[in-house]
Design a protein around this ligand. Structure first.
Ligand code: BDR
Ligand code: CA
Length: 355
């Protein structure tokens, strides 16, 4: 581990509040919106980020790991452990999506991690160890393919029971997929892992895993005016809102603008909107504040052998299978409230980074 860069405040998330905090473990494939999930966790006073495991998905796991460490350092969390996990899905070859997240995963921003910053531990081993060390206490938020979680279940079959809660950004239930007509990206990358996790959750898990799917995350649209508000509250109004450019000088704002300009251009080409869906940050926010989502308890399984529907997340909403619920799925959310919080918290974080 290295010292913080000079512009960064070294923060210790465990000590800054008298109120009990939610102990978070994030599993990420950073990724632009994953970066903002990390920043949202870093900026949330009710969160204590215990560590982060990385998984191949949006980009290969080496890039995911570097991006994750670098983003945490930008947020002043240079002591939070970042570990490399699985480099490929459990049964299929890895597919990545540079067209969505840029060649290295963070859009027009190319990040580096200082030597020694990445943990020498394996990410899957670390998940298992931390869950065993904090029984019932950790909230594990998985915002990438579920490969690491499936592999952790091989080591610790009671993993889900030992967690405070598992929150999954993934799937689509009442809306179409974003990768195939019925498939969302995270599940599409490793459907066998997702199926394994849902099978484990079907064995009577006390705390049902929470799915935060596209149904709700595609209602969370970050627009340039939100970013302008973040920049203003950090005392550095944007140079341009569309295309998005920061007034250079604040490393965190520079990163946000360079990453989001790429992501907004992607969404403009793909969805016709100059904005960006904040899938992963909303999943972290729902983990920290469950009142942000309305949920339905149901049985979820994952198609792994479909001709047209591989990676579909199937919710048995009428209980045709007669199986007990193994998930809570969020179909509606208080997305405006979340976006306000996101702006306020990231603005405060960017302000704190200006020394
Ligand atoms: C999910 O896919 C990834 O590209 C994003 O990071 C998010 O986790 C949305 O489908
Ligand atoms: Ca992700």
């Amino acid at each position: 581990m290295t010292d913080c860069p000079a512009h960064i405040i070294d923060r210790d998330m465990s000590t800054s509040s008298a109120r009990p905090k939610t102990k978070l473990w994030l599993d990420v494939d950073t990724g632009i919106d994953d970066s903002f999930a990390l920043l949202y966790a870093a900026a949330s006073p009710e969160a204590e980020l215990i560590g982060v495991s990385c998984v191949a998905g949006n980009v290969p796991v080496e890039e995911v790991t570097v991006n994750t460490a670098a983003v945490l350092d930008l947020a002043g969390l240079n002591r939070v452990e970042v570990a490399r996990g699985a480099d490929r899905p459990i049964e299929r070859p890895l597919v990545t999506t540079p067209e969505t997240h840029g060649p290295s995963g963070t859009g027009y921003s190319i990040l580096k991690a200082p030597p020694g910053r990445i943990s020498e531990r394996d990410g899957v081993d670390l998940i298992v160890e931390k869950v065993r060390n904090h029984p019932g206490e950790l909230t594990l938020v998985a915002v990438g393919p579920l490969t690491n979680i499936a592999l952790a279940l091989d080591q610790e079959p009671d993993l889900l029971e030992m967690l405070g809660r598992l929150v999954i950004m993934g799937g689509c239930f009442t809306v179409t997929g974003n990768t195939a007509p019925r498939a969302e990206w995270n599940i599409h990358v490793d459907p066998e892992a997702a199926r394994k996790v849902m099978a484990a959750a079907g064995k009577g898990t006390r705390n049902l895993p929470l799915f935060v799917p596209l149904d709700v995350t595609e209602q969370v649209l970050l627009r340039p005016d939100h970013v302008a508000r973040i920049a203003e509250s950090a005392g550095r109004p944007l140079r341009s809102a569309q295309p998005l450019h920061a007034d250079e000088g604040n490393p965190l704002l520079d990163f946000m603008a360079d990453a989001l300009r790429f992501y907004m251009e992607f969404h403009f080409g793909y969805d016709g909107i100059y904005g960006a869906f904040m899938h992963d940050p909303f999943a972290v926010a729902a983990a920290l504040d469950p009142t942000l989502v309305e949920t339905v308890e149901t049985t979820v399984d994952v198609e792994t052998k479909g001709e047209l529907t591989t990676a579909e997340t199937v919710a048995d909403l009428r209980n045709a299978w007669g199986r007990p619920p193994n998930a809570a799925i969020a179909l509606q959310g208080r997305t405006d409230l979340f976006l306000d919080r996101f702006v306020t918290r990231l603005g405060a974080l960017a302000r704190a980074d200006l020394l």
